[in-house]
Each structure stands twice: as C-alpha cells, then as structure tokens.
Design a protein around this ligand. Sequence first.
Ligand SMILES: [Cu+2]
Length: 381
Amino acid sequence: MLRWAQAALSRRSLLLGGGAATIGATAICSTRTVAQETHGYHAGTPKGAASGPSHQSASGPSHQSAHGAMITVGSVDNERNGFHPTKMLTDWYTGTVTDLPDGRKLRTFEITAEDKEIEIAPGVMFPAWTYNGRVPGPALRATEGERLRIVFRNNGSHPHSMHFHGIHSARMDGVPGAGVIAPGDEFVYEFDARPFGCHLYHCHALPLARHIHKGMYGIFVIDPDPARHPDYADVAKSRLYGSPENAEWQEMAMVMNAFDTTFDGENEFYACNTIAHCYAKEPIRVEKGRPVRIYLVNITEFDPINSFHLHGNFFDYFDQGTTLTPTLRTVDLIMQCQAQRGILEFTYKEHEAGLYMFHAHQSEFAELGWMGMFDVVETLS
Ligand SMILES: [Cu+2]
C-alpha cells in the first residue's frame, strides 16, 4: 500500500511539474484557475449549452466541474501522428475480399510493423513500435467463416509477430518459434475467422510486456454470420458490418491503453485510444435516437485491471462478444484484465441532450488521461 502510494505520488509529481524536463512541456492541470485561463472555461456555463451546433467549445464545462480540472493542457498534433482518435473509433480495416474455389471468401489484410515516435499527450512523445504506423494498430473486421490471410512485414528494428486471439493452428500462433519474424522479413498468417466476437491481436515477441506496451496491439472483430444463427438472426444482422441493420447502430472501437514514458514499469499516462483525454477535449457525438455499440478491449500493461464506467446510463454487456444475448444486463461499469474485452450496448433515447462522461473507475487512471465525454445530440448534422 505504501509502495503504491509512493509510486502514485511520484507519478503525480512528474505530471505536475517535477519531471517536466523529462517528459516534455505538458502537465496535468491541477487547479481550476489554470484551466479557466487555458480553456477559456467559465464556471457559470450551463451544462446543456455545449450541446448545440458548435461542438468545438464543448471541451470544458462538464468534466471540469465533475473532475476538478484534472486534464491535460494543450493539444496533440494528430496530423503528425498520422492517426486521429475520433476517426479511429469508426475506421475499420476490412482488407481485400476475393472468392475462393470452394465458394468461401478470402479476406486479406496487410500489416507492416514500424518504429515511430508518437505524441500521446500534448508535448509528450513516446518511441512506439506500431502496426501500420498507428497505436492501437488497425481495427481489423471480418465475418465469421471467412478465410483470413494476414500478410505481415516487419520493417521495425526488433523481431515482432502478430498473435491473434482466435482459433488457429500452433503454426499460426505468432509466438517464438511460430511466426515471430526478424526485421526485414515477412510472414503470412492464415486461419478461419472464428469464433465471432470482439477479440484482439498483439505482438508476442519477448520480452512480452515491453512489446505490448510499446504499442503493438489492436482490436480484431469477427461479425457473426446471420445464416449460422437462425434463432438470433436479427441480432447477428445488426452486428454484421455493412448491413442495413448494422447501419442503424453507432459503433465504436475503443482500446484502453497506457504509456510508461519513463520506462520504469509504471504508467504515466492512461487513455482510451492512446491520446490522453482525447474524448474529453473532443467529445464523441452521438445521436440520441440510435443505439450505441462499443467494441472495448483492455490492453493496459503494468496495471492488473482497467475499467469502463458510463455516467447517467446503464448498458448490456457481451463478454468477449462471443454470444448474441448479453452476459451481463443493466450495468454501468465493467472491469477488464489485460486482453479481456467485450461489447457494450446502450441508448440515450430517453435522455435529454448533453455531455455524458465515461471513464475508468480507477480515479487515478481517469485523472491521468482515461476520461472522455459523449456529446448526445438530437440529430447528427
Ligand atoms: Cu513486437
């Protein structure tokens, strides 16, 4: 306990200025006064005022008042990073589909590992190892029963692999001796897309903790094939990417991750989709009449668990996404260990428009970056 308290204190000291020279110019803003000056935040702004047509100004009031302005100051250069946290919510990589002689579909993904420095909080650079230049790696999406082929090239400086959570042979497991490849080499993983669900992939080269923590992970969703689930065909159709039923849903890919910027085995920053407080500063716009579905994965290294808590609402949960009926109903918090994942479904249909918070319910994680907002609006323009 004492050790934990000391560690937390030292991390805070770092963020609040003690280690500024080490990590860059950013600090977590600790007082409302500083937040007001920086964000132009006015304490008297009514909560509902931010939900109108202009959403650029929605970054302040609600989370400031609820969490005492513990939020990063400044902005991250998403263009330099080459990925944008808002776009990553819906930027599914579906690969290239061709027909096999037996009538099945072959879906091919191309993934390249590369070293890349990324900005994870304003002014804080992190020397990442990436899949396709982004952290998390591309959000892969396939359909149950397809043949999947993943062409993996390693342009990085270290041996890497792709280890998929799914059903496949030992040869395709992406562990040392079976698909960990040297810099400059290429490997083709091939297996069937099963079971349907919300899965993940990550590098399984050693040391494992370091390869994962450096950014080598991504979400891997297999949609159910409605023809194989006649009793729940409607549910399966709603999960099938590209179907009219699926288009009714507001789907998002969220990966809970963290970064040890000082390489001491403790995280300094936490996030959903890499950038600290990204969805607090740029709330996720949600249309209140349409249901929301989140594909949630926890890949946080160095901390045993992470969690997702939704404010002002409850959700149904599908553990690992491998069922078509919820495994938990009417909860407002879900806890996940590393590599645990699932699907959250909820709606704001009965709610008034406004900003609704979501965050890890480890308060420390929320304050160090893992907190965001849904901006619930009547209609998306
Ligand atoms: Cu690796």
